[in-house]
Write a protein that binds this ligand. Structure first.
Ligand code: SF4
Length: 465
């Protein structure tokens, strides 16, 4: 057994325990303070592997993985940070902190009350909590035990789940209901098990969710997907955890049943795949016959370097993974800190794409998981004298929209779909035609404000969200 394969116990750190990590001593006081203060708003969790292997402490605070997991003071507006700092470090008033933090979270929260109601399917007229059915062929499934992660990404803003603000509980009875729902919906071919991170669950618990999907009367379910960041944050899950072999056997059972076991691996930076154990994890996953697709959002301060993407995809392909998506970061949470203009996002994608061979060009992007569907920015063009973004749907609520090109006026500052307006003097995009309401009523901002999207996390970084 190599050093990599030696069982290593998963050791998480949170705001309450991070002082026990030896790296805490290496952090300048201002970074420690920011971690203590901002983590009251954005949940903070990391683990020993991330601290020891992924962060280059000589480069902190600019190290990409440090930025990925440690809250930074610029993630809050200066006045909010100052006020919260005063409450946390000076007044130490728990009630006042809780009240103030709640206010900030509500301001940042893109998924107000009812977020899980829009796409929630029903059986016998009862809503199935923990399920979403947005696109015809795909059902998203949120097992309650999978609503946490091996570490939290600062851009994710999954705190409604992580801090228990959403009622996303999903009990065993509802597993039966999932199967019942799928039996009634033969159009569904894909089930995406998502979170949080479903692979935080032990294999036995995960099997309880997956094995019912192998029943003969669910033959129409062809693809079982798991959205996970464990490939980067805790690759030991596939290599040396005490039930890692059992997990691989579970994947093999799915493959043997004739279905595709698809691991939707969330990667943010090339460094995550430089580690020997992370590479071994990829090999072990694909060695079961499962597929591993690589996807992640493009985020300022973390992965705006095209070379990092090119290295990530190239390494992944060499190991047997499939580059899949580069997403545009959703305008959630501390978006001013993370967002990049769409024009820049396209440049980064294009530069990275030009650096890799055809085998890595399975990747699609930059793609926005917007209200009507997944919109990819194909490029910037000048048509009839007007500079435009060329766009198309890769996935849509209405299948007729898929792959239909459309154009938006070029806007160098636009960072999301609802910043865009139709090109050529039109007042609506084609997919808004026929809507009785004026365009402003169905603007994507409004639609997104209705919070019909799945929460932003590994789940939503998947193809189905
Ligand atoms: S992006 Fe994924 S791994 Fe990161 S915190 Fe969100 S759900 Fe967890």
């Amino acid at each position: 057994m190599t050093a990599d394969a030696m069982p290593v116990k998963f050791k998480p750190y949170t705001r309450q325990t991070i002082k026990q990590a030896r790296q805490w001593e290496w952090m300048p006081e201002e970074l420690r303070e920011a971690t203590q203060v901002v983590s009251h708003v954005l949940p903070f969790r990391t683990n020993e592997y991330v601290l020891d292997q992924l962060i280059d402490w000589n480069k902190v605070p600019d190290d990409p993985i440090y930025r990925l997991v440690f809250p930074h003071r610029d993630m809050l507006p200066p006045e909010e940070y100052a006020h919260l700092r005063d409450l946390v470090l000076v007044k130490k008033d728990d009630a006042a902190i809780a009240k103030y933090v709640h206010g900030i979270r509500m301001r940042m929260n893109p998924h107000p009350a009812g977020q899980m109601t829009h796409n929630v399917p029903r059986v016998n007229d009862a809503p199935l909590k923990g399920l979403q059915h947005k696109y015809k062929e795909t059902v998203l499934f949120f097992p309650s035990a999978g609503q946490t992660c091996h570490a939290y990404c600062t851009f994710c803003f999954r705190w409604p789940q992580f801090v228990g603000m959403d009622d996303m509980k999903f009990d065993a009875r509802e597993t039966t209901q999932l199967a019942a729902y799928l039996r009634e919906h033969k159009e569904v071919t894909d089930v995406l098990i998502t979170g949080g991170d479903p692979l935080i669950m032990n294999t036995r618990s995960l099997a309880e969710f997956i094995e019912p999907l192998l029943a003969p009367d669910l033959a129409h379910i062809q693809n079982i997907r798991i959205g996970t960041k464990s490939v980067a944050y805790w690759p030991q899950r596939f290599v040396s955890d005490k039930d890692s072999d059992d997990l691989l056997r579970l994947f093999e059972r799915v493959v043997a049943s004739g279905k595709n076991m698809a691991i939707m691996g969330h990667y943010n930076h090339a460094v995550e795949l430089r580690q020997e154990i992370a590479q071994k994890a990829v090999k072990r996953i694909v060695g079961t016959g499962a597929t591993l697709r690589m996807q992640g959002p493009l985020i300022r301060h973390i992965n705006e370097d095209p070379k990092s993407w090119a290295e990530l995809w190239t390494t992944g392909v060499r190991l047997g993974a499939i580059p899949y998506y580069m997403f545009v970061e959703r305008d959630t949470g501390p978006r001013e800190y993370f967002q990049l203009p769409l024009a820049r996002a396209h440049e980064i994608f294009q530069q990275a794409y030009q650096m890799v061979s055809g085998l890595s060009r399975t990747v699609r992007g930059p793609s926005m998981s917007a209200f009507p569907g997944k919109v990819v920015i194909d490029g910037v063009a000048t048509i009839a004298g007007e500079k435009v973004f060329a766009l198309q749907f890769l996935q849509a609520r209405n299948a007729d929209w898929v792959r239909k090109p459309f154009y938006a006026k070029y806007d160098p500052d636009a960072t999301w779909m609802d910043d865009l307006v139709p090109a050529f003097g039109k007042d609506k995009f084609f997919f808004e035609e026929g809507e009785p309401a004026p365009r402003k009523i169905i603007r994507l901002a409004t639609a997104r404000g209705e919070a019909v999207l799945p929460p932003s996390g590994c789940g939503s970084h998947s193809n189905a969200a």
